[in-house]
Structures are given as C-alpha cells and as structure tokens.
Write a protein that binds this ligand. Structure first.
Ligand code: NDP
Length: 240
C-alpha cells in the first residue's frame, strides 16, 4: 500500500513559468504537492513559490535549491522541463546553436538532477521526471541539435534509473508530441499543419495533457515505474 499520498512533497519545476512547465506545476499543486516554480524571471503563479533559476549555470542551480530548501524543505520531486530550440538545417547549424541547445536541454537536466540527487539519496526517496520529445526518438529535419539533446535525456535518465533505484529514487521520461505552447506558436501555419497531419487524431496536444502524465510519474503511486519513456503525443511516435 502507498503511504503518504497527498501529504505534500516538495516539487521543483524548471521553466515552470509558462507552457508545459506551468501546467506541470498546476497539476502537482492539484495533487497536493508543494511546488516551487523555477524560472529565469523568478515569478510564480499565486500560491506557488517562485525562484530564479537558469539551468545553464551550476551556481544558479545551487542557489535556487538552497532557497527552495529554506522556504519549503528538501526537494523530493524534480520536473526537468526547461528547454529551447535553435532550429536550422545541418549545413547552416553553427557550433554555438548546437552547443546552446545541448547546454540547456541536456546539461541543464544534468545540473539539476545532480543537485537534487544529493538530498534524495540521503532521504532515500525521489522522483525525477525529464521532459524529452518524440523528436528525440524519431529525429526531425532542422532539429539535429534539439533531437540529439532530447535523445541524450533518455540515456541520461535511464542511467540514473539504474543508479538510483536502490535508494527508492525513480527517473522517468515524458516524450510529448506537438503541444500548443509558445514554442509551437512560433512555427508558421504551414509547419503547424504538417505537424498536425502526423498526429492520428489530427490535433495538437494541450500542456495539461502532458502535465497529467508528469504528475502521475511524480506521485508515490508510480514507485515501481522507472526508466520509462512515456509518450504523450497523440500517437505520433507509435513504434518507437
Ligand atoms: P516554452 O518555450 O513555452 O517554455 C520553455 C520554458 O523553458 C520557459 O519556461 C523558459 O523560461 C524555460 N527555459 C529556457 N531556457 C532556460 C534556462 N536556461 N534556464 C531556465 N529555464 C529556461 O516551451 P514548452 O512549454 O513548449 O516546452 C517545455 C519543454 O517541453 C521543453 O523542454 C520542450 O523541449 C519540451 N517539448 C515541447 C513540445 C511542444 O510541442 N511544445 C514538444 C516536445 C517537447 P523563460 O520564460 O525564462 O524563457
């Protein structure tokens, strides 16, 4: 039997100020968790604790965790959601564009998970949820940097799953398909139509639909699930 369900564990969501991250923060609050919304601006919706965190800086990660621990207590749940795109075809993709995307999406997740694992290992409890992408499994023209960073998250999280399981810490991946956020709003109508055409249900997903999966993997009920890649993609990636 699961004990403690709904007792309010402390959760930190990176990039929690908007899009999928904001929906994850709201879903965790609805589940009774105490949520710190980490963002580069440090703002948070009503009822949540806001903290400034840039995942590209180890000092910023350290400072943010210290603030959350002082305000809410030890962090038991991390949703590693912060991510960027710098799309272009290979021959025009600069090293900087490749490095920046990997630095935020993959190294950022490493910095946050490493800091979180310190306390989780001591307390013998933790839930790490990484937001990857269907593109990390399928590839996508113009997104070699992004897809590489998102595929890297799978190997990273699965390694952590093996390493940390003996201490009751799970590490799982959620792989969204096209979701309606600022990230996809910046696409042209033609690009969006092409994306939607690849979805069996012919619609984009909503951030809340990703958040529901994240909140489940972050809950105590999901204690025997680790190293999983859970697609929330309307069926785009079936077979991957
Ligand atoms: P948005 O562009 O709406 O939000 C991105 C979030 O990441 C923002 O909160 C942003 O903060 C934050 N962020 C970016 N860089 C950093 C940084 N260096 N440090 C801290 N926070 C940072 O994107 P989505 O909500 O759509 O995406 C969220 C995640 O889901 C990303 O990892 C994305 O790759 C992934 N995803 C999205 C899909 C989609 O279709 N939308 C599909 C598959 C995966 P700020 O406000 O400061 O810029």
């Amino acid at each position: 039997m699961v004990e403690n369900e709904g007792q309010g564990r402390v959760a930190l969501v990176t990039g929690g100020n908007r899009g999928i991250g904001a929906a994850c923060a709201a879903a965790l609050v609805a589940d009774g968790q105490r949520v710190a919304v980490a963002s580069r601006g440090g703002e948070a919706p009503e009822g949540m604790f806001g903290v400034r965190l840039d995942v590209t800086s180890v000092e910023s990660v350290e400072k943010a965790f210290a603030e959350v621990e002082a305000e809410l207590g030890p962090v038991d749940i991390v949703v590693s959601n912060a991510g960027i795109v710098k799309d272009t075809l290979l021959l025009t993709m600069s090293e900087d564009a490749f490095r920046d995307v990997v630095d935020t999406n993959l190294l950022g997740a490493y910095r946050v998970a490493k800091r979180a694992a310190r306390g989780m290992l001591r307390r013998r409890y933790g839930r790490l949820v990484f937001i990857s992408s269907v593109v990390g499994l399928s590839g996508q023209p113009g997104q070699a940097n992004y897809a590489a960073s998102k595929a890297g998250l799978v190997g990273f999280a699965r390694s952590l799953a093996r390493e940390l399981a003996p201490r009751n810490i799970t590490a799982n991946i959620v792989a969204p398909g096209p979701i309606r956020t600022d990230m996809t709003d910046s696409l042209t109508d033609a690009q969006r139509e092409l994306l939607v055409a690849s979805v069996p249900g012919k619609r984009m997903g909503e951030p809340e639909e990703v958040a529901a999966a994240v909140a489940f993997l972050a809950s105590e009920r999901a204690g025997y699930i680790t190293g999983a890649v859970l697609p929330v993609d309307g069926g785009v990636g079936m077979g991957h």
